[in-house]
Design a protein around this ligand. Sequence first.
Ligand code: UGA
Length: 429
Amino acid sequence: MKITIIGTGYVGLVTGTCFAEGGHEVTCVDSDVNKIKVLQQGGMPIYEPGLPELVKKNVAAGRLFFTSNTQEGVERSDFIFIAVSTPPQPDGSLDLSFVEKVSRDIASAMTSYKIILDKSTVPVRTGEKVAETIGRFSKGKVDFDVVSNPEFLREGSAIEDFMKPDRVVVGVSSPRPVEALKALYAPFDAPVIVTSIESAELIKHAANSFLALKISYINAVSVLCEATGANVQEVAHGMGMDPRIGRKFLDASLGFGGSCFPKDLSAFIATSEMLGYEFGLLKEVQKINLGQMDRFVKKITDTLWVVRDKTIGVLGLAFKQDTDDVRNSPAIDLCKRLQRAGARLRVHDPQAMEKAGAILKDVDYVADMNEVAEGCDALVIATEWPEFKKLDLDRARRCLSHPIIFDGRNLFDPVEMERLGFLYKGIGR
Ligand code: UGA
């Protein structure tokens, strides 16, 4: 099948590449000529495990193309995906101007029936607006269907998530495109759930907000664990064994971040407000998330007493493991707070140092994680990279002026750390 993806950001590029891997012929379009040039020359604008190999393989097989010409992209394919960004506005609602612009571009380029799928995360009722816009601007009144097809990829495991999805959601306003949509996703062996466009749009925001809620819930429980001497990992394990709850997304932390949860929560709250419902529960989820970072910073400042002119080592800058993405990263927020308190920082991240360099200045970027602790008064773990578990703890203990570790991701066993001579402070344990 012939597919065009408009928007070659994180979601667009992964989606396009995986569809090509599934055997379809895919054209990825982006208005950023430089990005397209990089991709055409075999480069990669983002870090995602497995993606460069898959892009290379499918380009070589003649199934994956890159262009900055929307007209060409639309003419070539029967399925047109909208995968452009929907940046947040100061009031939490989303700026949909890129979605609108692409809808108009598709409308003017269409000369035959197309199925237009929205992959961008959008508020409920956007599909209706996309259909209205395309209808208004299509020359010669060409026939089309608009479909809401939300994505559920996690950065760091996006390829696996796309190739083996739990479910594919397609929101339609008529049965006409359903068989074609099932055929489109046939290579991926996943249940295809057919809903109305509005339900599909709501599924995306409701799912992400619920996952964020789960994290805030366990983070709130972690406060009670610290107050009582309970262990939040034991509590999460005991709760998670109940299949109605599940263990996933019950890892207490210094808070969730990234380009999705914080933005989606704000947008869902703003949409609810526009629909006349005050979603107070989700406001509390945001509040708990902020409080978690406040408490972690307080733990550091209470322990070190005077932070000014202390040197702190920070392991992790990305918003989570297996990515170089630092957007809304709790680790970066933490670094900035420590800098404001007067600390000098030595930092390391396996992948995100280049991207962090643009937003985190006046710190020492250290290439080797085992050298971070040199000359430091304390070490902080801010991102759950699995390699941090292999930190040379003997060396860290010898390097630190006093062996103190603040672990915002609960990577180590507190009993073992104490045995090794550390003053070790995790979350909720
Ligand atoms: C999230 C969703 O998990 C995806 O299903 C969705 O498609 C995506 O948003 C999106 O809307 O595009 P992502 O933001 O890549 O994916 O990352 P997650 O793995 O969900 O982690 C989000 C944040 O929560 C990270 O900061 C992570 O460290 C934190 N987290 C996660 C916790 O603090 N505790 C947990 O138990 C799990």
